[in-house]
Design a protein around this ligand. Sequence first.
Ligand code: AMP
Ligand code: ZN
Length: 136
Amino acid sequence: MKKEDCIFCKIANGEIPSKTLYEDEEFRVILDLNPATKGHALILPKNHADDLYELSDGQASKIMLLAKKMARQMTENLHCIGMNLVQNNGEAAGQTVRHFHLHLIPRYENDGQQLGWKPCEATQEELEMVRKQIVQ
Ligand code: AMP
Ligand code: ZN
């Protein structure tokens, strides 16, 4: 289902033009309008899902296969030397568009980008407490 005021619904379904790299019945892969690096692409499902939690299991599996295929094609043709897959869920995680999308970000020597986090210290006890909290 499409959501009326969702820009990625409109792009995915072809109502707003985009630089499309791939399209099938369920997905469209487009170039990001403000790329982190050359070739930065987004995989968009045509059906609206706010985020990962709302994706069907079927779509979630297909998206990873599509990501693999696109990453290979982009690597071959753009000659990038690495590829980051990034997927933000919720405002706190940096999601700015509430329609699920998976970023494919090709990486190049000295591309000036820094994707990542600041590693923190954790004791074995702290890790064990978190482990128990998650698997309870
Ligand atoms: P996120 O922060 O994970 O929600 O990522 C949203 C991404 O969508 C950003 O990288 C934006 O540059 C990109 N974006 C926003 N609007 C458009 C658009 N109309 N066409 C293509 N990419 C877009
Ligand atoms: Zn949408």
